[in-house]
Ligand binder design. Structure first.
Ligand code: 5GP
Length: 115
């Protein structure tokens, strides 16, 4: 089932795109939670981390190489950043098109909120 991210890939709705190649697209999150908050998505529709297949390994690897490139371009590589992939309800996933968040530009604190 297609999501809003497919519409961004198709340029049917606008997004602040920072990188694109044949496998992935990266754009700024509409509700940034850090000075740098960018989403990197496969162009292929993979709903969740549960749905990845061996055949997707190239595109999944590309998410990381593009994350490293974006971190360098955004000037956050040296100080550091966080990469997040949320899955389903307990993971807090809201958009069911697999995506990697890259967050940085400030100290991000502990990995998880304390309950
Ligand atoms: P999730 O919780 O699924 O890991 O993260 C989904 C992210 O997508 C959220 O951080 C949310 O702000 C972002 N988002 C949702 N809709 C849009 C949109 O239309 N445009 C952009 N740029 N980001 C979106």
């Amino acid at each position: 089932m297609s999501t809003i991210f497919s519409k961004i890939i198709a340029r049917e709705i606008p997004a602040d795109i920072v990188y694109e190649d044949e496998l992935v697209l990266a754009f700024r999150d509409i509700a940034p939670q850090a000075p740098v908050h960018i989403l990197i998505i496969p162009k292929k529709e993979i709903p969740t981390a549960n749905d990845v297949k061996a055949a997707d390994e190239a595109v999944l690897g590309r998410l990381f190489t593009v994350a490293a490139r974006i971190a360098r371009d955004e000037g956050i590589a040296q100080n550091g950043y966080r990469l997040i992939v949320n899955c389903n309800e307990d993971g807090g996933q809201e958009v069911f098109h697999l995506h990697m968040h890259i967050l940085g530009g400030r100290s991000l604190g502990p990995m998880l909120a304390k309950k």
